[in-house]
Design a protein around this ligand. Structure first.
Ligand code: ZN
Length: 198
């Protein structure tokens, strides 16, 4: 079953999601939700989907970055983003316990801000503690694009969207991103859009 992905303006996207108990995680309902979210993310397609995006204010997200998605992108862009395949996994009650103080900037989008994109600074590396779908504690140390996905999804669980963190002057529709900007180095995009050096 595919779930409806809600769009910016829905209150649930601005609500701080609540933690799940062990019992809730192991429930039939949550296990079913994970499968529905997985199907919905793959259908979109997207590399992450957080429960608030399907209308549920709970701390659960799914992530998967498939090698086949990378085949559609210029290999130079894949390399500069440090984008590597990430197998499907579930993130429950996640917490960023440390993050690189250095940030990297790339265009980012969101299935709940459909049709738009902007440059968003994110930490290059993060360490995240979370529970998996068996309610077992896990730790991830991620870098590059995976670290960006994690930060984006964990933001959703706090009611934060990328538009809260973006360089506002870089906000644009995907059509214009594809037409004019996607193959330029970010430094050049920043200069042309008048984004000052931070
Ligand atoms: Zn999103």
């Amino acid at each position: 079953m595919l779930l409806k992905i809600v769009q910016v303006g829905e209150e649930v996207l601005r609500t701080r999601a609540r933690l799940l108990t062990r019992e809730e995680i192991l429930s039939e309902e949550t296990q079913q939700l994970v499968e529905y979210m997985r199907a919905t993310m793959q259908d979109a397609p997207g590399v992450g989907l957080a429960a608030p995006q399907v209308g549920l204010p709970i701390k659960l997200a799914v992530i998967e970055d498939r090698a086949e998605y990378h085949a559609q992108v210029d290999p130079v862009r894949v390399a500069e983003r440090e984008r590597r395949p990430v197998p499907f996994h579930v993130l429950i009650n996640p917490k960023i316990v440390s993050a690189d103080s250095a940030s990297v900037e790339f265009f980012e989008g969101c299935l709940s801000v459909e049709g738009f994109s902007a440059i968003v600074p994110r930490a290059r590396t993060v360490k995240v503690e979370y529970l998996d779908e068996s309610a077992d504690p896990q730790v991830i140390e991620a870098s590059g694009w995976y670290a960006r996905i994690l930060q984006h999804e964990i933001d959703h669980l706090e009611g934060t969207l990328y538009i809260d963190r973006m360089h506002t002057r870089s906000f644009m529709n995907v059509e214009n991103l594809t037409r004019c900007w996607k193959d330029l180095p970010i430094s050049e995009v920043r200069a042309k859009l008048g984004i000052s050096v931070s």
